[in-house]
Design a binder for this molecule. Structure first.
Ligand code: NAD
Length: 340
């Protein structure tokens, strides 16, 4: 591999991925294209920001002039940039369609005209929608139920169509919920942890039986790197193997790690758009050598410690974020929302 363009590299997963790439001897150049929205922070890159192999470009994936200029200079593209927070998609769906679908198209247009060796489109298990039983493999129908998931499903289909129509060497990855350091405090784990560390209460919807698979961000990055190096163009790869927990079980772990009890939890009625369960298989990516390594208890403890040690990183974000607002009136079916 030579030069890799990483969109959204100042976000949560993208910044972990960039640090990993910078450590690879066969990669001579990593360029981050990031619009630095409320979700993107140069601080997420830490010392990697100063690495001579890294170029940082502040720009929008919808800007075809910037995108063309960058794609032309890179052999590989890994596309993370997106509006990623489910709750925001309830009241800003247009931004999700614009960035996630049209932004992806802008990148694909450049890749098809200028040529790349591989284009990895990073997506989510939420495109499969809720499953009461069983697990979705890569050929399962897409049944997204919230605007975020619908915009990701649409972008997956557009990306795959560019492989079929124009021969762009696209691979799609779909992972379960990620956790780890540097995640924006609007997402459930950092939202709960930061509130609990401040001595505030957290809200649990309904009986807290919503089931999610929690994958350490480094395990997702391992899968994405394998797909970048060895994935077959035109193929989708689910990346899972994290730990399945109900929201109530997850809350119990977070209470324990933050040293508080169930008095810190407020029970609120469930909301209609809270998908009951996501589940997928991930056998296919094992053929590329994928195996998740991170132990959940250890990874979660380390994550909570990161938030405990870095209040300067998250406290200012909470003041400006949806996570800090009472959102009952903003969500379609009532109740404060939170998802990955
Ligand atoms: P994030 O919100 O932390 O980061 C998104 C990044 O994209 C930010 O740095 C932001 O500034 C940038 N960005 C947003 N709009 C942009 C635009 N128009 N142009 C350029 N940059 C823009 O998201 P994340 O959690 O790191 O997720 C990264 C990708 O992984 C997303 O595509 C998301 O759908 C997918 N994903 C996330 C999870 C998860 O649990 N977080 C799980 C599965 C899939």
């Amino acid at each position: 591999m030579r030069a890799v363009l990483v969109t959204g590299g100042a976000g949560f997963i993208g910044s972990h991925f960039v640090k990993r790439l910078l450590g690879c001897e066969d990669i001579s150049q990593v360029t981050v294209l990031d619009a630095l929205t409320y979700a993107g922070h140069i601080e997420n890159l830490g010392e990697a920001f100063l690495d001579p192999k890294l170029d940082f470009v502040e720009g929008n994936i919808l800007d075809s002039a910037v995108v063309d200029r960058l794609v032309e200079r890179h052999s590989h593209v890994v596309h993370f940039a997106a509006e990623s927070h489910v709750d925001r998609s309830f009241y800003e769906a247009g931004a999700f369609l614009s960035t996630n679908v049209l932004g992806t198209r802008t990148l694909l247009n450049a890749a098809s005209r200028l040529g790349v060796d591989k284009f990895v489109h990073v997506s989510t298990d939420e495109v499969y929608g809720p499953l009461l039983s069983g697990a979705a493999d890569e050929s399962a129908p897409l049944r997204p139920s919230v605007p975020y998931a619908a915009s990701k499903a649409a972008s997956d289909l557009v990306a795959l169509s560019y492989h079929q129509t124009y021969g762009v060497p696209v691979c799609v990855t779909r992972s379960s919920n990620n956790y780890g350091p540097c995640q924006h405090p609007e997402k459930i784990i950092p939202l709960f942890v930061t509130r609990l560390l401040k001595g505030e209460q957290v809200t649990l919807h309904g009986s807290g039986q919503h089931m999610r698979n929690w994958l350490h961000v480094e395990d997702n990055c391992t899968g994405i790197e394998l797909v970048l190096r060895a994935g077959t163009p035109g193929q989708i790869y689910n990346i899972g193997g994290g730990t399945d927990f109900t929201t109530k079980e997850l809350t119990g772990h977070l209470l324990r790690l933050c040293g508080v009890d169930w008095d810190s939890v407020v029970h609120v009625p469930d909301r209609r758009c809270n998908d009951i369960r996501y589940a997928m298989t991930w056998d296919k990516i094992t053929s590329l050598g994928y195996r998740p390594e991170r132990d959940f208890e250890e990874g979660l403890t380390e994550t909570v410690d990161w938030y405990r040690r870095n209040p300067d990183r998250w406290a200012p974000l909470m003041r400006n974020s949806h996570a800090a607002r009472p959102t009952v009136a903003l969500t379609p079916a009532g109740g404060e929302a939170h998802d990955h």
